[in-house]
Design a protein around this ligand. Structure first.
Ligand SMILES: NC(=O)c1ccc[n+]([C@@H]2O[C@H](COP(=O)([O-])OP(=O)(O)OC[C@H]3O[C@@H](n4cnc5c(N)ncnc54)[C@H](O)[C@@H]3O)[C@@H](O)[C@H]2O)c1
Length: 404
């Protein structure tokens, strides 16, 4: 392998997930030799300034430049960054859900590969546009469904695929977050989303990932009791029953009005039963707790995205866990595509990409045709909520349709 270039990465966003997971992952991958230039494009200079304060020792380009004003809204700053971006490039989209499609399409059109935070987008029609654009350019477009890298989920997939649980009968997933999410962190866009669309979709993808089954119909229920008393029109909680093509049913319950005094940020877990056995996992409580005078009782998930003392250099921090691994995996896939096609003719490189993308999409990677499933169920849940919990089915392209 003579290719010694590194991937240039443009991160569009700069909010919570960018600071907690994406940026530290990119900095670590730069230290490990995969990533080269890093740029962050956000809407306001203030966000860039906050990212710089969060990572004082790290070098990255930022737009808009906070020195030119921190508060002016510059929603097009990512376009300026895209136009100057050199290949090989990866665009990471970490903006609110309703902005993903446009940014992803523009990044593909500019000739780059893309990693999008879940969900890929909000509408099936948009997902089909992404599928078509990725197909045309042979672009790698991964949706960061990081639970696919959680060993507790991989274990379920392994055992289910070997038939240990028999045929699927039913399951129950729960994922619930604290009140500060809709009231504070996502105050500006919580009413455009819901706890199902924001986090429940993770377990739609998990069931699809584990079983390979496609959803057949959905019915959803929602409650608005607490948030309206705080001036928000968002749902407090949403539940959905999803029937899959084999007749099995998964119940997913979601909320974002849990107590802020919870022992961890997110209640979450999964139980599934088949004709020969059962899988049960608390994905919040991993049998590890810490109690301190300052923070009280904390249940810690050591598997997600944790800071550890660096193994090689005791004075550095190493990020470990499925939050890191998933982004790293997609970056390394893209890196591999460039390494292997280096020096090939354009036609050969395109042919190689086409074959590899097909192989990966038939397997475990959340490439666009796989990410379509979460998008379709999200859209169906919204349609059911808007129609008094009516059943919503899917046509052959996964467009949701109200059942007769
Ligand atoms: N993988 C996961 O489990 C996970 C976890 C949390 C969030 N997410 C997803 O990540 C995405 C971002 O979530 P977050 O928690 O960081 O949200 P956030 O609201 O904290 O951050 C979003 C950022 O996007 C910026 N932005 C808005 N418009 C922009 C534009 N036109 N150009 C550039 N930047 C713009 C905002 O200024 C903000 O900094 C969402 O899609 C969310 O669903 C995924």
């Amino acid at each position: 392998m003579s290719w010694d270039e590194r991937l240039n990465v443009l991160l569009i966003g700069g909010g919570m997930i960018s600071r907690e997971v994406v940026l530290p992952t990119l900095f670590q991958e730069r230290r490990r030799g995969i990533v080269g230039e890093i740029a962050v494009a956000s809407r306001r200079g203030r966000t860039i300034a906050e990212c710089r304060r969060a990572f004082p020792g790290e070098d990255f380009a930022g737009r808009p430049d906070p020195r030119e004003g921190e508060e002016e809204s510059r929603p097009d700053s990512y376009r300026e960054a895209l136009s100057g971006m050199e290949r090989p490039g990866v665009v990471m989209v970490a903006t609110p859900d309703h902005l993903h499609t446009e940014m992803t399409l523009e990044a593909i059109e500019a000739g780059h590969d893309v990693i999008v935070m879940k969900p890929l987008c909000l509408k099936v029609e948009e997902a089909h546009r992404v599928i078509a654009a990725a197909e045309k350019r042979k672009a790698y477009v991964a949706t960061d469904y990081h639970k696919r890298m959680d060993r507790a989920v991989r274990l379920a997939r392994y055992r289910v695929r070997r038939g240990d649980l028999g045929e699927m009968l039913h399951g129950h997933a729960w994922i619930e977050e604290p009140k500060y999410m809709p009231l504070d962190r996502f105050r500006l866009w919580a009413h455009e989303s819901s706890p199902f669309e924001y986090v429940g979709v993770h377990y739609v993808d998990v069931y699809y990932f584990i079983t390979g089954l496609r959803p057949k119909r959905v019915a959803a229920w929602g409650q608005k009791k607490f948030l309206p008393t705080k001036g928000s029109d968002a749902y407090d909680a949403v539940q959905a029953a999803i029937e899959w093509e084999d007749g099995s049913v998964l119940w997913i319950q979601t909320s974002w009005v849990c107590s802020e005094k919870n022992s961890a940020m997110t209640n979450q877990g999964l139980q599934i039963s088949g004709t020969k056995g059962e899988y049960w996992a608390d994905h919040k409580f991993r049998n590890l707790h810490i109690v301190t005078d300052e923070k009280g009782f904390e249940q810690v998930n050591p598997n997600f995205f944790r800071h550890y003392d660096g193994w090689e250099d005791d004075d550095t921090v190493e990020y470990v866990g499925y939050g890191f691994e998933s982004i790293s995996r997609w970056l390394r896939d893209i890196y591999e595509l460039h390494v292997v096609t280096e020096g090939m003719s354009e036609a050969d490189a395109r042919g190689h990409r086409e074959g590899k993308l097909k192989e990966w999409e038939a397997g475990q990677r959340p490439l666009p045709r796989q990410a379509l499933i979460g998008v379709a169920v999200n859209e169906a849940v919204r349609l059911s909520l808007d129609n008094n919990s009516a059943y919503v089915g899917f046509d052959d392209k996964m467009y949701p349709r109200l059942s007769e």
